[in-house]
Ligand binder design. Structure first.
Ligand SMILES: Nc1ncnc2c1ncn2[C@@H]1O[C@H](COP(=O)(O)OP(=O)(O)OP(=O)(O)O)[C@@H](O)[C@H]1O
Length: 356
């Protein structure tokens, strides 16, 4: 096995472990689901009404940045409806035939979760409209002039679609969802509750001040909060005295390059590129992505929403531009200020100054 294979295996194993750790922390019922008060209330109503009619729930679209709980909510919908859950994703369905195979095995009342639904191939998308509206698929048998289309009726089922980019969904598909839950970043207080709950489940005795520190630096995202909690536990075990207290939280977050505003390496790299390489912008998404070595979609869906929300950057018709807060956070001065040099190295504390 080559060094590259070994590395790939290790990171695949690490991803698998992270996924397993995440799965163990998923709330199973709507009342355990912390925060997102509006979506929770709307969903509770939709599900209760469907249950009392003895019908399956209307199709649900969940929209919002990664890690806010869309998959978790899909699982909760299935469990609240006492239904079986089938999971797939837009990129996994490369041909309409893949979707036809899934749909033809769907049972009455099932919940079909389609993650990244905005990435479905067009023919599959069209098949899905029909399935969602008329509970029917047309299966094409044969090729060319001899091809025939055989209609296949489906039992009633619920599609739960998740997307980080609701704007990319074609209107006909969007319109087939009876309810859309718009998920937003969590308030720090809600994240503290997520962290306290996870600490209990993981049997970590967590100091409330450490929970606050982790919450503050989790970019409003439960997945990040849970991940940082596990890293704080690691630090406490290996370098500390086992106590997950505030000092352990600060030290661990420093090691894992999460700065005091919760920005991680990618966030800082985007801001740094914008300020130093492009003089603060405005500059197009693709140029930023190329400069930081990421896909434009990753920059747009993973880094940008939080940077926008926190006021580090703005979107203008001519591209992304850094705000005064971004320059300040990096310890740099914008080029218009006299005597400015838009240069510097990024440090974990976001100061722009090297550690003493
Ligand atoms: N409201 C919540 N309360 C408690 N834990 C939560 C909540 N939302 C999410 N989590 C936890 O955060 C993790 C990520 O959630 P999930 O996988 O559902 O996010 P997602 O929005 O589907 O992300 P992606 O779009 O990247 O797939 C899970 O471990 C889940 O337990």
């Amino acid at each position: 096995m080559t060094a590259v294979d070994e590395e790939a295996l290790t990171s695949a194993e690490a991803d698998e472990l992270e996924r397993a750790a995440e799965a163990a922390l998923r709330p199973k019922r709507l009342e355990e689901f912390v925060g997102q008060r509006v979506v929770r209330e709307q969903l509770a109503l939709v599900l209760q009404a469907a249950r009392s009619r003895g019908a399956c729930a209307d199709h649900v679209l969940l929209a919002g940045p990664p890690g806010l709980g869309k998959t978790t909510l899909a699982m909760i919908i299935a469990s609240e409806m006492h239904a079986s859950l089938r999971l797939t994703s837009g990129p996994a369905i490369t041909h309409a035939g893949d979707l036809a195979a899934i749909l033809s095995s769907v049972q009455e009342g099932d919940v079909l979760f389609i993650d990244e639904i905005h990435r479905l191939a067009r023919p599959a998308e069209e098949m899905l409209y029909l399935a969602m509206e008329d509970f029917r698929v047309d299966v094409v048998v044969g090729k060319g002039a001899g091809a025939t289309s055989i209609p296949l009726s489906l039992p009633r089922f619920t599609v739960v679609g998740a997307t980080t980019r609701a704007g990319l969904l074609p209107a006909p598909l969007r319109d087939r969802f009876g309810f859309t839950g718009h998920m937003d970043f969590y308030e720090a207080a809600d994240l503290e509750r997520v962290i306290a709950r996870s600490a209990r489940l993981l049997d970590i005795s967590l100091d409330p001040a450490a929970g606050r520190e982790i919450a503050r630096r989790s970019r409003g995202t439960p997945r990040i909060a849970n991940r940082l909690l596990r890293r704080v536990r690691d630090w406490a075990q290996v370098r500390g005295n086992g106590a997950a207290d505030e000092a352990a939280a600060r030290a661990a977050l420093e090691v894992f390059e999460v700065d005091p505003r919760g920005l991680d390496r990618l966030d800082r790299s985007v801001l740094h590129t914008l300020c130093v390489r492009f003089g603060g912008g405005p500059v197009g998404l693709t140029s930023i992505a190329m400069a930081v070595g990421e896909e434009p979609e990753t920059v747009e869906t993973v880094a940008e929403p939080y940077l926008l929300r926190e006021g580090f950057l703005v979107r203008t018709p001519r591209g992304r531009a850094a705000t005064a807060l971004a320059w300040d956070h990096l310890g740099l001065r914008p080029p218009s200020a006299p005597g400015t040099q838009a240069q510097g190295t990024l440090f974990v504390d976001g100061s722009g100054a090297p550690p003493a």
